[in-house]
Ligand binder design. Structure first.
Ligand SMILES: CC(C)(COP(=O)(O)OP(=O)(O)OC[C@H]1O[C@@H](n2cnc3c(N)ncnc32)[C@H](O)[C@@H]1OP(=O)(O)O)[C@@H](O)C(=O)NCCC(=O)NCCS
Length: 356
């Protein structure tokens, strides 16, 4: 079997910088609180009505294609990871295809809904398609337009201050070089704590999971025999029950356990150790999480890439944006061992080892 390699990479972040101080104007928070707990100084927000998750993904794709030396028309398959799609359906994959003007070839497009681990999952899917010889140029995109769906009142401050917008993209191609490419990827999930970090409304759940968990939550549903207004009830709108929610400390504890676990798993399989890693690209969830993971693995500062300070948490986009930045800075070079790792809602978590 062939190996897959990243042949081209690109990222796009919107121009508009939103500082912590700007957020203090609309909610009860402080620059000190945000910096101390998360490491974030600023994030980017897309232009309303002018940019979307798929359009930002297309911008990152154009750069990735150029660096891979291919035209967008040469893409054989599209995998798009996001939790903030333009539409509930259809997915962003087809919208990006249209945005790039490559609908004539009618190649397949797949959306991955794995939140923060979405890009690493999508990369692994692309790897399977490419190494089996099914496709030659697979596009993998992670993109998020969080700013359109956050609660900018004090009620949503624990979530809203963390997230930012942006996109990253890679072109995956086969390589005959047995020493290069994606060495392995490890994918995991555990749905036990699905609601601990979730965006549950609008949705078709009708309170089902909460009832099973023994928590009766009033979502304002109409009487049992009435259909309609299940997805989004007036109460949900009135009380802001259609925003993401997160039990921050619980998520933090799981993340610092799962990140090292899944990185070790990949390293063990490849017969490598943490000190062999030239660059760890952790999902940019929280600077404190990355610092904890770095310490546990015994890595130096120059072995870990952090950019959450500038971009916040961009969920499925955070790994490809950070990888691309490290690449552009000359910190990911041919022959380097790169480790990608992510953890997030679901919970889902994943890692990948790449010999660049
Ligand atoms: C979200 C997170 C930064 C919160 O930090 P924390 O130290 O756990 O803070 P807590 O949630 O315990 O809240 C502490 C206090 O700060 C308050 N607070 C929450 N958000 C705030 C904000 N933006 N500004 C000011 N105060 C805030 C809380 O209301 C709470 O106040 P109280 O003590 O009066 O009740 C942290 O838990 C975290 O990063 N968790 C992981 C999140 C993550 O990685 N998510 C993405 C996963 S992919």
């Amino acid at each position: 079997m062939k190996r897959s390699k990243i042949a081209g990479i690109g990222y796009y972040v919107p121009e508009r910088i939103v500082t912590n101080n700007e957020l203090t104007a609309v909610m009860d928070t402080t620059d000190e609180w945000i910096q101390e707990r998360t490491g974030i100084l600023e994030r980017r927000y897309g232009k309303k009505h002018q940019e979307t998750t798929s359009s930002m993904g297309a911008a990152a794709t154009r750069i990735a294609c150029e660096r891979a030396g291919i035209a967008p028309e040469e893409i054989d398959f599209i995998i798009f990871a996001t939790l903030s799609p333009d539409y509930y359906f259809p997915g962003c994959g087809v919208l990006l295809q249209r945005e790039l003007g490559i609908t004539h070839k009618e190649v397949g497009a797949l959306d991955v809904r794995n939140q923060c681990s979405g890009f690493v999952y999508a990369l692994s899917i692309a790897d399977q398609f490419v190494k089996t010889g099914m496709y030659k140029n697979v596009l993998v995109v992670g993109s998020e337009m969080h700013s359109m769906g956050l609660d900018f009142s004090t009620r949503g401050r624990n979530v809203t201050v963390i997230f930012g917008d942006g996109a990253g993209a890679v072109i995956i191609q086969p390589t005959d070089d047995p020493h290069r490419g994606i060495l392995t990827s490890k994918l995991h999930s555990n749905g036990t704590y699905a609601e601990k970090l979730a965006f549950i409304n609008p949705g078709s759940h009708g309170g089902y999971h909460f009832k099973k968990l023994g928590e009766e939550v009033d979502f304002g549903y109409p009487p049992d025999d009435t259909y309609g207004e299940i997805f989004l009830t007036p109460k949900m709108k009135d009380e802001g029950l259609y925003y993401p929610n997160m039990e921050g400390q619980f998520v933090f504890k799981m993340a610092v356990q799962k990140f090292p676990e899944v990185i070790h798993e990949a390293l063990n399989e490849a017969g490598l150790k943490p000190s062999d890693i030239n660059m760890l690209i952790p999902h940019q969830a929280n600077l404190r999480i990355s610092q904890f993971v770095q310490k546990i693995l015994g890595l130096r500062d120059d072995q870990v890439w952090n950019n959450i300070q500038k971009f916040g948490n961009t969920t499925a986009a955070s790994v490809p944006i950070a990888l691309c930045e490290a690449y552009e800075a000359g910190r990911v070079k041919e022959g380097d061992l790169v480790c990608l790792a992510a953890f997030g809602s679901g919970f889902t978590w994943a890692s990948a080892l790449i010999r660049w």
